[in-house]
Design a protein around this ligand. Structure first.
Ligand code: PQQ
Length: 230
């Protein structure tokens, strides 16, 4: 296989999202259709929190491997976006507010005891992938973010419409991501498109993105199995 042009490579990466990003998962489809019970919604928020708290951890592993100072300066912002800093609440804190809006306590979220085994396995596999893979593949695994903005805008609108029992302030996490994510996406694309210069590297990036789609899919499988009995 010859090296793809950057344009063709990006097209193929985007095609992976069209086919297997978690917007297609039946649990997500039901969320948007307003079909989730309060218990199912809480189950999702509680378990997704385990993904949220691990994002800055996997980003820290990647940070140690990025070869250049400029890229590290940009990447470190991802950790700050989630962990926050004094006077600047981060994404994890905003997710806790979402938890409170659906009736979960801060303590319940932070102790992590009720995280489902399947969710734990999937998220831990993602962190481990980012810890042990070459930086290019670890970075490529975050490319699911390419597909997130469309889903997030739709999620804000559909949750507001179908779940009036959830205080709209609880959705601040998603609103903030819509403003933070474009810079992440630009950086991811720049790193991957410019540095995957052989067909083998491009293939490895595509496999990394597929793996990450599977992580997100498995998370919803586990939540659906337990909370929706399907
Ligand atoms: N993915 C990453 C990543 O892998 O580095 C970081 C984020 C995602 C976020 O900060 C998100 O908020 C996020 N949200 C969704 C979502 O709510 O559907 C999906 C994803 C994703 O595609 O991995 C991320």
């Amino acid at each position: 296989m010859n090296t793809r042009s950057a344009e063709e490579f990006e097209k193929q990466l985007r095609a992976i999202g069209q086919e297997r990003y978690h917007h297609l998962h039946p649990f997500n489809v039901r969320m948007h259709a307003g079909e989730l019970s309060e218990e199912e919604f809480r189950g999702w928020v509680r378990n997704r929190f385990y993904y949220q708290v691990n994002l800055p951890v996997k980003d820290a592993f990647i940070l140690t491997k990025l070869p250049g100072r400029d890229d590290r300066r940009r990447w470190i912002q991802r950790i700050i976006d989630h962990d926050g800093r004094t006077g600047d609440e981060g994404g994890i804190e905003k997710w806790i507010r979402l938890g409170e809006a659906v009736g979960l306590s801060r303590r319940e979220l932070l102790d992590g005891e009720s995280v489902l085994p399947g969710v734990r396995f999937a998220v831990d596999a993602y962190v481990d992938f980012c810890r042990r893979s070459p930086w290019l593949e670890s970075v490529a695994s975050a490319l699911t973010e390419l597909f997130a903005p469309d889903l997030l805008s739709k999620r804000i609108a559909d949750v507001e419409r179908h779940y009036p029992w959830i205080d709209s302030d609880g959705l601040e996490y998603f609103r903030a991501r819509l403003t933070q994510q474009p810079k992440d996406i630009a950086h991811l694309l720049e790193l991957v498109l410019e540095n995957a210069t052989t067909a083998e590297q491009q293939d490895a990036c595509m496999r990394a993105l597929e793996f990450k789609c599977d992580v997100l899919w498995s998370l919803l499988d586990a939540v659906q199995h337990t909370y929706s009995g399907r």
